[in-house]
Ligand binder design. Structure first.
Ligand code: AMP
Ligand code: GLY
Length: 458
């Protein structure tokens, strides 16, 4: 039997019944997909989605790289009215929200509350679900209510400062202080002495990170190795996407300032099947059960920032989006049509789609601007992109100048990802290409994946 499925192409159609079409031959698929965001993560999402059958991907606002896989649209991620008009005028069937801010600001609620937008599928939690990332205090309380392993903590504001200081004194160094709200990835301080911790607690509550640190979570320090595990859920079912390890510090050997992420590797050798089973049993399942019990309808990504402490996973943080640069590694390992997975997610049928991932290793190296993560230079002309071979270069912060040349436009500029049968092979291929890209002030880490290589013989 033949089935002609027109995706939103025609938004007036009913949501697709995945159960009914399971196993049937699809002859025509038209999918207009809008990805919101402008970084390497969004380029990787758009790149993967654009490979799907019948997909036309729009990216708002996008960058010079996303323009190669789809159509850039000059709308900011916070301009909900502009997004609404674009979706309706262009028969968008699926919206994929890249960054957290529009989710925390309620873009999903905006879609659900609008008679015309309701029919459009949107990947991401509503405002309440987004609190898992938007408020560290909320996330910690959620974990406590649902028995999810995480560091011991106390939430402090001006009214219980003395209790906060007493809690700090009960802990051993180092001390972890977290701004409750979103602070552009800068809201976590790790301090070596009690004196510094008490001082910084006062500074944070006094407005060091503005409103975001009017409440602070004090946490016990967990020692172990970090990894990022990505869950795609339709609220009931879930798929574990490839896990990754991120490299946050600017310098080789994890030295220097924290950045948005200087590279990634997927899979992670220490994320063994036994470890991932513990993650599912102790974290993923109780998280979804908790969301359901609390009446939160969650269709989207859950990014678990985990600490592996002697083989046991603890949650360091929840994010309600994919990671960056992890997505630039993870997307290259997902097999099949990623749009199928996201449509099924939005339609509550994730259990009905086949999901597979490549056993190969993806390794991503981020090229950054001179000065990053502090004040950095922009507008530098990039060369060498035409020389790349056997890799994908995702654009993180690029633009075109008046002459149509690609120029740097952000701190993180290009993420080079290569696949190999081992970490060694993926590393060799990635770095062969990294050195071909040139712009004034270019900087990157030379040791992405090296730590894993030393411990895993791969
Ligand atoms: P977050 O913004 O919550 O991801 O925190 C930033 C970084 O601080 C994490 O990636 C960890 O490296 C570190 N971190 C956060 N919480 C803890 C903790 N309880 N113990 C040890 N390290 C932590
Ligand atoms: N790579 C960490 C993040 O996206 O938050």
């Amino acid at each position: 039997m033949e089935n002609i499925i027109m995706y939103p192409g025609d938004t007036s159609k009913e949501a697709v019944d995945w159960k009914a079409i399971q196993g049937q031959h699809l002859t025509a698929v038209v999918r207009n997909i809008l990805v919101l965001g402008s970084g390497g993560r969004e380029h990787a999402l758009a790149w993967k989605l654009a490979q799907g059958e019948g997909a036309h991907v729009f990216i708002a606002p996008g960058n010079a790289g996303t323009a190669e896989v789809g159509t850039n649209v000059n709308i900011k991620v916070g301009d909900f009215e502009g997004i609404r008009k674009f979706c309706l005028d262009n028969e968008i069937g699926l919206v994929v929200v890249g960054p957290e801010q529009p989710l925390v600001d309620g873009i999903v609620d905006y879609f659900k509350g609008d008679a015309q937008l309701q029919k459009i599928r949107i990947i991401g939690p509503d405002r309440q679900g987004a609190q898992l990332e938007g408020s560290k205090a909320y996330a910690k309380e959620f974990m406590a209510r649902n028995g999810i392993p995480t560091a011991r903590c106390l939430t402090v504001n001006q009214t219980n400062l003395a209790q906060g200081e007493a809690f700090l004194r009960s802990l051993k160094a180092p001390y972890v202080l977290k701004a409750d709200g979103l602070a552009a990835g800068k809201g976590v301080l790790i301090l070596d002495t009690l004196e510094e911790a008490v001082n910084e607690l006062g500074n944070m509550l006094g407005g060091k990170f503005g409103e975001a640190s009017a409440t602070v979570v004090i946490e016990e320090f967990l020692s172990g190795i970090e990894c990022s595990v990505f869950v795609l859920t339709d609220g009931e079912h879930y798929v574990l996407l490839p896990e990754a390890k991120d490299y946050k510090r600017i310098g080789d050997g994890d030295k220097g300032l924290n950045t948005g992420g200087m590279g990634a590797v997927s899979p992670v050798p220490f994320c063994t099947p036994e470890f991932l089973q513990k993650v599912e049993d102790r974290i993923v399942k109780p998280t979804l059960k908790g969301l359901q019990a609390e009446g939160i309808e969650y269709k989207g990504f859950i990014f678990l920032g985990l600490m592996n402490c002697g083989g046991d996973p603890y949650v360091i943080e929840y994010n309600v989006r994919m990671g960056d640069p992890e997505t630039e590694a993870v997307m290259t390992r997902i097999e099949g049509d990623f749009a199928d997975l996201l449509y099924a997610c939005a339609d509550g049928c994730l259990d009905k789609v086949h999901y597979a991932q490549s056993p190969r290793t993806a390794l991503t190296v981020m090229l950054v601007s001179g000065g990053y993560p502090e004040a950095y230079q922009k507008g530098k002309v990039m060369t060498g992109m035409g020389l790349l071979k056997d890799c994908v270069a995702f654009h993180a912060g690029t633009a075109f100048n008046a002459e149509g040349q690609t120029i740097t436009a952000g701190g993180r500029v290009i993420a080079v990802t290569a696949l190999g049968d081992s970490i060694t092979e993926a590393r060799a291929k990635a770095y062969e290409n990294v050195v071909k890209i040139q712009f004034e002030g270019e900087n990157h880490r030379n040791d992405i994946g090296l730590d894993l290589l030393l411990t895993s013989n791969s």
